[in-house]
Each structure stands twice: as C-alpha cells, then as structure tokens.
Design a protein. Structure first.
Length: 303
C-alpha cells in the first residue's frame, strides 16, 4: 500500500514490518532442520572388562550394513531409517543385538570378548614393539601375516607354501584365494623389511589341498644370509570383485577369507601380523610379533 507521500509503506496487510520476513524464513529453516539433526545417532562400543574402545566392529540395522566403528569405538547412523534392531558384530567379541527402544536411552554399549579367541597384548621393552600372546583367530580383509624363515643355503627359491585352513565351523575357506610376497628381514628393527617381488602374486587353492602353493622360480631369488619373511596378504574388500565378503560362523560374522594353521615357534621360526586390530587397539602400519607360535608358511628351494 502507498503512504501519504507516494512511497510504499513498510507495513503489509497484517501490520508486520517487511524486515521481519528474512528472520521468519531463517527460523523456519532451522525448525525444519532440527528433525534431520535429531535423527543422527552416535553410539560407542567398549570392551566389557577393560572399557577400551572396540575398533572395526560391524554395525547393522537389522540385516543392512551401516558402518564399522572407528578408532574410538564410535559409529553414527540415521535414526530415521526403518529398523527393529541394531546388530554389532566383531570377530573377537560375541555378537550383540540392541533394540531400537534401548538405543533411544543409551549411547555406550559393552561387548563381551570370546574366550580363547584373542589374547591380551603386551609390550616388550627390549624389542620396543607390540607382541601377541597365543593368537588363535582368523583374519579379515586387508590383514597381513609374515613368517620368518632362516637361511639354509644359496639355492634359488622354487615355491612358497601356505597351510591354509577353515575356522570356527565354516567349511571351504581353504579354497579361497589370497595374495603372497616375500620380504627381507631387517636385522636392526627385527621386523619385515622390503618386498623382493615386484608386486604381490595371486595364490589359488582350487583343489582345496592341504598346502596352497605359489611358484616363484622365475624370479630367481635366493634367501639372504639374514633370513627372509614369507608374506600372506589379504586384499582390501572390493564388493565389485569379491562375491562373498562375510560368512556366519560359530562365533558370529567373520570375513570370507582363508586362515593359517598355527604351530609352535622358536628362535628360527616366528611370525608377525600387520594392519591388525586387537582388543580395541589398532595396529595399522605396525608389525606385531606372535609370541610362542608361528603361522605355517614354508619355502621350497631348488635342488
């Protein structure tokens, strides 16, 4: 409407100033966004005894995968999704099912560790590295293991052998493919050193033999005097390549990858694990020595 001097009035029909309109619009947007923010729920999962955060626990809403917990044991998901239960699963812990109503009340949940699946980690002051005691477990996507083999003679390496097995009541895991390599042994750090093959090689055990083997005779590599490390390598999960990513076992949901037989260790035969998560602690980009045992990997030398 026009005022007495021919200009538009700052008032509109309901007698509200025009400058109120942007403010009202902003408030309206904030009110609309509140339900969206409120639907984002953060949960934390810890060890029932130590209260340490559990890393890489897989979280599902019913059967739909959501995400894995981070280094602090946290995971976020959308509460607005339709579901009845939240399921959290970790290879070292008993699977837990949490109802939707419970999630509205609590933010922190504890998981109970499997007995005799993973033992505690301790630090060796002499070696300055993490050490695992009595490991009895399967592997997961992205994991690596190495077994040290002492020098025997100057013959070329003909084959690598891996004693692959199934675990936790799942059949056929010994048929599954994996990658392999050989590394130097660093006598200073007492850890695996550098790769001796130009790239990781694929190993398949299509017949389900007791030992999976890889022929590397074409590379003409000898075992150095300081020894060598045989590498068992599991690739990162690629859902476009791997048909079966996880399977259900006696202890819950585990990665669909082969495991390795374990035997006693000594000063000449011992193993390491890499890119590993144990008791909620991440050992990514570190090697952890397996105390008292070794993963069964062997060399066959040319005669």
């Amino acid at each position: 409407m026009l005022n007495t001097i021919g200009h538009y009035s700052p008032l509109i029909a309901n007698n509200q100033p025009l400058f109120y309109m942007p403010l009202k619009f902003t408030v309206l947007l904030l009110l609309l966004s509140l339900p969206l923010c409120a639907q984002q729920k953060a949960l934390r999962f810890v060890d029932s005894k130590t209260k340490k955060p559990i890393t890489d626990a897989y979280v599902y809403l019913d059967s739909a995968f959501v995400a894995a917990t981070d280094f602090n044991g946290n995971v976020k998901f959308d509460m607005g999704r339709s579901y009845s239960n939240l399921i959290v699963d970790h290879v070292a812990y008993y699977k837990r099912t949490i109802t939707r109503d419970s999630i509205l009340i609590k933010k922190v949940y504890s998981l109970k560790k499997h007995v005799d699946v993973l033992d505690e980690v301790y630090i060796s002051d002499r070696q300055k590295k993490d050490t695992l005691a009595g490991i009895k477990t399967n592997f997961s996507w992205g994991n690596k293991a190495a077994t040290f083999v002492a020098y025997q003679n100057d013959s070329y390496i003909k084959r690598l052998k891996f004693r692959v097995i199934s675990v936790f009541g799942v059949k056929g895991m010994e048929y599954l493919p994996f990658m392999a390599n050989i590394y130097t042994y660093d006598t200073v750090t007492k850890l695996p050193g550098k790769s001796l093959l130009p790239q990781d090689i694929a190993v398949e055990n299509k017949n389900g033999n007791k030992w999976a083997e890889a022929d590397i005779s074409a590379y003409k590599i000898k075992v150095p005097k300081e020894g060598i490390c045989i590498m068992f390598i599991l690739p990162q999960l690629d859902r476009g390549v791997h048909d079966n990513d996880f399977v259900w076992s006696k202890v819950g949901r585990i990665a669909a990858v082969p495991a390795l037989e374990i035997a006693g260790g000594d000063k000449k035969t011992f193993s390491f694990v890499d890119n590993y998560v144990l008791n909620g602690r991440s050992y990514s980009e570190k090697w952890a020595r397996v105390e008292g045992n070794h993963y069964m990997m062997e060399l066959v030398l040319e005669e």
